[in-house]
Design a protein around this ligand. Structure first.
Ligand code: BGC
Length: 819
């Protein structure tokens, strides 16, 4: 354990000490002059540094989502991203970034899939460690999350993940172990509980995993903070190893914890250890005695984020060289699709940041294409469930009145616009929202008046929606506040007879627990317009008239978010139909998928080119145009398996059963399940084309055997070194990711995956160049966890190290014996 300024702890009273262990606000911790502790500021992560309440409106760089960065399979690139995060954090006076997310893609439907790196433990571990190392090398703390078993969003504060010990050790723990080894200064304990066979408790109360495993066995010397509002107990969470309860200022500790210490339920030494950890964190981030945080020089934001965006793009198909678009031969481009008009560049939930600008696909492409190329933009249908928030110019007389329990007015915030999320003081118990909505265009308008919590909405005095469901913290945790449901009302407007509707919503001021009190409502509206079918017909006409059609399809903020998992992997709305009809209308059709997590692409092998472009952050349009026009190469490889069909997905249903999610697939996560079941993925884990061609021309092993007697604690004493030779056989300089998978002996020891990722390297070469790279297979990749012996064991037998370009494209198999 790193040196802890323990004498400083002794200067504090019990009350002082306990006060430090709950946040002062949602994002800022308490300081204490006697201990020399200055307030430490934390901020979300992991797709940008959002900042604190005071700076919410400030510009935050919106980076490509973690999955997008992970797709580059390049720890060096991740280190550059980590340093960029450090510069952003410093710029915003943030000391600790609540990232990276190390939970795995156990199921493609997981709502926070876009925030995680991969379905694979090794890839996640290497990238997570790279991020932590580089962020912290600049004096900004990382807070890897959510420890552990938080692969599902449904009922996330309540369910218990039942994970057997071997699976925990071999699959879900390695990423956390890697960041602890990389020196992480903070770790966030998850909302969910875990039953690991020895103890079943909520993670903030899990003594075995927090104190025994994380702090004890792995030697974590930093601060364990609770996920926001996750800690609910007093003595039990304190004794289990949670060090910091967030957010503040309220929570289950405070006076109750002081009393628990006084009664002997919690030893004071437990409190001292927490304070010492906090002081060590302060020292590490430069907040002890005086501010010593170093300035951080980040790379140029626009250049870096644009480069990172392209580096993660995964080319899934490219027949006849449709991509890159040869700008000099093209006279017209039809840019089509709901996500071409309204790109989804960051997922929903706590990872969301307010960026200053967003480069749309149309802006990116029109900058990249020569001036005389005609670019048409057509939506091709709206896939959303809810109407858009009403345009500002239609709203007049918008006013929010807050009332106390006696019906007297309470001072409240100024509001504007149709999306209302207004904080309210304690004494305000209900609110009245008034507005006038003007509808001018003749035809049928649609209106939705949505509110969170108990409410009655009226239009021109008539009740249009009512709810008796009380607002609660779950509305935030399950992200219902982002898209409150509301009935859709049709309003006819006759030619020359505009209408102004009087809207009034009487509603409660929601009490969202640790997330504060607020009034949340949305006024949504859609003017008369084309039907989806008419929009698709318009898109087909645009495609027919253009040399190239680029169709951008994808998810949106109703589909991919923290707080809920997806019920289906289908693209929302009629986007599959749109793709099929546009690609039959134009043989030069390129489909761009703008999604953070797998969606089914039933037309994947029917259209000429398909590019997976992720959530690209605020430079999305530039990065996309760079890839489409060939200024950059899409160098991404899938960090997860793309299923062909719902039936092929190993884990489709993530609903807890009786409050429990059993990880019954054990170690067979992601591609390991496809391999076990002999199912052909639509595109395998590790797959990705580029703009050049590659051949893995050779592979060799430094040694061909390992003698069991030389094992140390059941593990090989050294990594096994594989040398791979790759040749760029195409016509452009490019990059390739060479991958090494361990294929264990079929017999001897427990059932193991056919193939597991053990090493990878991102390699660059010019045409004709041959590059040799050395890859190290870590000893644990050969071993299994033996629960009976409580140790690692490398079963004897014949192993193969499979070297190739994806989990299904193996070029060389190197035999290796353990005897
Ligand atoms: C999320 C965390 C996040 C925290 C603070 C929680 O709901 O699970 O990932 O860091 O909120 O926003």
């Amino acid at each position: 354990m790193a040196s802890v300024p323990i004498e400083r702890v002794a200067r504090l009273t019990l009350e002082d000490k306990v006060r430090l262990l709950t946040g002062r606000t949602g994002w800022i911790l308490h300081g204490n002059a006697d201990a020399g502790l200055l307030p430490i500021t934390v901020s979300d992560g992991p797709a940008g540094v959002r900042g604190t309440e005071a700076t919410q409106d400030e510009h935050s760089a919106s980076t490509p989502s973690p999955t997008a960065v992970a797709a580059a399979w390049d720890p060096e690139l991740m280190e550059r991203v980590g340093r960029f995060f450090a510069a952003e954090a410093r710029r915003k006076d943030v000391d600790v970034v609540l990232a990276p997310v190390l939970n795995l893609h156990r199921s493609p439907v997981g709502g926070r899939h876009f925030e995680c790196f991969s379905e694979d433990p090794l890839l996640t571990a290497e990238l997570g460690a790279a991020f932590v190392r580089s962020l912290q090398s600049e004096g900004v703390g990382a807070c890897p999350k959510h420890f552990i078993g938080n692969e599902t969003e449904r009922e996330r504060t309540a369910y218990r993940s039942r994970i057997d010990e071997r699976t925990l050790r071999e699959v879900y723990l390695p990423p956390f172990q890697a960041v602890v080894d990389a020196g992480a200064w903070m770790v966030m304990a998850a909302y969910n509980g875990v039953d690991d066979g020895s103890e079943a408790a909520s993670m903030t109360d899990h003594r075995g995993l927090l104190t025994g495993l994380l702090k004890g066995e792995l030697g974590f010397d930093g601060v364990v903070c609770s996920d926001w509002t996750a800690a609910r107990s007093t003595a039990s969470s304190a004794n289990a190893g949670t060090d910091l309860v967030m957010p503040g200022p309220d929570g289950p500790w405070g006076e109750a914890l002081v009393a628990a210490v006084r009664s002997g339920e919690v030893p004071e030494s437990v409190i001292d250890d927490k304070v010492a950890r906090l002081l060590l964190l302060a020292e590490r981030v430069g907040k002890l005695d005086r501010v010593t945080s170093p300035a951080v020089e980040g790379e140029d934001e626009r250049v870096l984020l644009r480069e990172v965006g392209s580096r993660g793009h995964v080319l899934l198909r490219n027949e006849g060289g449709v991509l890159p678009i040869a700008a000099e031969r093209v006279r017209s481009v039809a840019l089509i699709g709901p996500n071409a008009v309204d790109a989804y560049t960051q997922g929903g939930g706590s990872a969301h940041v307010n960026s200053e600008y967003l480069v749309s696909p149309a802006e990116g492409l029109s900058e990249a294409l020569p001036d005389d190329v005609e670019l048409t933009l057509v939506r091709g249908g709206d896939p959303r469930r809810h109407l858009p928030v009403v345009a500002d110019q239609r709203l007049t007389g918008i006013a929010l009145t807050l009332l106390d329990a006696a019906g007297a007015k309470v001072e409240g915030p100024e509001i504007a616009g149709g999306a209302l999320h207004a904080g309210a003081p304690k004494e305000a118990v209900c609110a009245v929202l008034d507005a006038e909505l003007t509808l001018t265009e003749p035809g049928t308008h649609h209106v939705e008046i949505a509110a969170v919590g108990r409410h009655t909405s009226r239009m021109d005095g008539e009740v249009v929606s009512e709810s008796a469901a009380q607002a609660s913290v779950d509305d935030i945790l399950e992200s219902r506040h982002s898209h409150p449901d509301a009935p859709r009302v049709g309003i006819e407007v006759a030619e020359g007879a505009p209408r102004t509707l009087r809207i009034r919503v009487e509603m409660e001021v929601g009490d969202f627990g640790g997330f504060g009190r607020a009034v949340i409502a949305q006024l949504r509206h859609q003017p008369p317009g084309m039907t989806v079918e008419e929009e698709i017909q318009e898109a087909v006409r645009a495609a027919e008239a253009a040399d190239v059609a680029v169709v951008v399809v994808g998810t949106n903020d109703e589909v991919e978010s923290e707080g809920y998992d997806r019920p289906t992997l289908d693209l929302p709305g009629s986007q599959d139909e749109l793709v099929r009809r546009v690609s039959s209308a134009n043989p030069n059709t390129v489909v761009v998928v703008n999604a953070g997590a797998p969606v089914l692409l039933p037309w994947l092998d029917e259209v000429p080119a398909v590019l997976w472009s992720w959530f690209g952050g605020h430079e999305y349009g530039h990065a996309l145009a760079d890839t489409l026009t060939g200024r950059s190469e899409p160098t991404g490889r899938l960090p997860w398996t793309l299923p062909r069909d719902h039936d092929d997905v190993p884990i489709m249903d993530t609903r807890p059963v009786g409050g429990v999610i059993t990880y019954e697939e054990g170690v067979f996560v992601g591609h390991r399940a496809y391999d076990r079941d002999g199912v052909e993925p639509h595109r395998p884990f590790g797959f990705g084309l580029g703009y050049t061609d590659w051949e893995v021309t050779g592979a060799a092993l430094a040694a061909d055997s390992l003698v069991a007697e030389t094992l140390v604690d059941g593990l090989a004493p050294e990594p096994v070194t594989v040398t791979a030779t790759l040749t760029n056989t195409g016509a452009r300089p490019g990059r390739h990711v060479v991958q090494v998978y361990v294929e264990p002996p079929a017999e001897g020891g427990p059932t193991r995956p056919v193939r597991s990722l053990a090493a990878f390297a991102s390699v660059r070469a010019v045409p004709g160049e041959e590059v040799t790279v050395s890859l190290e297979v870590p000893p644990r990749s050969l071993a299994v966890w033996d629960p009976a012996a409580q140790s690692w064991r490398t079963p004897e037998g014949t192993y193969h190290l499979a070297v190739g370009s994806s989990s299904r494209a193996i070029a060389h198999r190197l035999r290796f014996d353990v005897r």
